[in-house]
Design a protein around this ligand. Structure first.
Ligand code: GLA
Length: 378
């Protein structure tokens, strides 16, 4: 806030929006399936003060750069610059008919970029909540999430699902949320004190900003879907296809398409099983589902990477580690580990040392509590 005042001469109002870690349920949101993420205490802070003209100035503390847009004439596509994310939200708000006067905004954050912890969703949501407050408009949080998802889909060009923005908006302190990405109904599930979520960063960056492999995998899933639709035209997404049905049509699709669909279909079941395990505090069972989810992400969805596989193998050898898997879109980024609280110090030390020895890379490791979703910064 002090840096906002120093730069823009006003104290401004501050808001925050968290990143997220997904415990299980990867690449299912885009098929209207189930996910089980938690909002992190890593977050983006936005500070906004009004202007009297139609300019929107964004200063990024992280990039040490300012970008300026004219609200009467916003760009409608990305320039491959950090300011694409704030611009995309302004654009998406305008698409929804939401307009506002000019403003100055300072953005800062500690969600590691390109690491599968939804740094972009946290920026989008932090911008959206600040601008909506500035415009004097209150929307239900799931609506804010949809506006930000549309920014990402239709401005940035990543065909991502609703999970990241939804979690950043609707996260619940001390809880993971079981989200049905079709109805957007969600159930907060307590994360008990006996266990901690330990997040290990491979330090291999991924980027969804050009769509790339993320969109390619989605296209393969869509190709599979079309085959089912030929048999059952009422189906809209793979959410409605079971494993048995998928296997019975395997010969009608290329191997890669079958494997991508197999991941999505089996992952949906794993999320529901894992949620039940969390409800009954059966961490061993939960961890087993995480293990299976990682193998499926690696072998069926082909979205892991050697470094993440190494981190998971190392983690699974540690005492007190119930489960480990790559989290987020994949192709790099982080692993998430469910670790018995009393074993976390040793876990962190051993995994860090083992990873350095195996790859020469110094991993960053985060121990984060599950946090509330976006809102004014108290
Ligand atoms: C990215 C997307 C999400 C989701 C995950 C994979 O984070 O933004 O919508 O698809 O990948 O589960």
């Amino acid at each position: 806030m002090a840096s906002h005042q120093a730069r823009f001469g006003e104290q401004g109002r501050a808001f925050q929006a968290p990143g997220r870690v997904n415990l299980i349920g990867e690449h299912t949101d885009t098929s209207e399936g189930f996910v089980l993420p938690a909002a992190l205490d890593l977050r983006t802070i936005s500070v906004l003060s009004p202007r009297t003209d139609s300019k929107a100035n964004f200063f990024s503390v992280n990039f040490e750069q300012q970008a300026t847009f004219d609200l009467r004439q916003l760009p409608n596509g990305p320039r491959r610059h950090w300011s694409d994310y704030p611009a995309s939200v302004l654009w998406s708000l305008q698409q929804r008919g939401i307009r506002c006067d000019g403003f100055d905004m300072t953005l800062s954050g500690n969600v590691p970029v390109g690491s599968g912890l939804s740094s972009s969703a946290s920026v989008e949501v932090a911008v959206a909540v600040a601008v909506l407050a500035h415009a004097g408009i209150e929307l239900p949080k799931p609506e804010v999430a949809k506006i930000c998802q549309s920014a990402e889909n239709n401005f940035i060009g990543a065909q991502s699902g609703i999970m990241d923005q939804f979690t950043s908006c609707c996260g619940v302190e001390g809880h993971a949320i079981l989200l049905d990405c079709r109805s957007l109904a969600y159930e907060p599930l307590p994360l008990p004190e006996q266990v901690l979520l330990v997040i290990c960063n491979t330090m291999v960056k991924h980027s969804l900003s050009d769509g790339g492999e993320y969109n390619e995998r989605r296209a393969e899933v869509q190709e599979g879907l079309r085959i089912f639709q030929a048999h059952r035209p009422a189906i809209h997404t793979l959410r409605d296809v079971g494993e048995e049905e998928l296997r019975s049509h395997a010969s009608e699709m290329p191997k890669n398409v079958f494997l991508r669909c197999l991941h999505v279909v089996t992952e949906n079941s794993r999320v529901l099983q894992a949620a039940e395990a969390l409800r009954t505090l059966d961490f061993a069972n939960f961890g087993q589902r995480m293990h299976e989810a990682h193998i499926s992400m690696r072998d069926n969805y082909a979205a892991s990477c050697a470094e993440a596989d190494t981190l998971v193998e190392l983690a699974e050898k540690q005492p007190g580690c119930y489960g480990a898997r790559i989290t987020g879109a994949g192709f790099g980024g982080c692993t998430v580990n469910l670790v018995a609280t009393e074993h976390t110090d040793k876990f962190v030390k051993n995994v860090r040392a083992g990873y350095r020895q195996a790859t020469g890379i110094q991993a960053e490791i985060y121990l984060s509590r599950a946090s509330d979703g976006a809102g004014p910064l108290m």
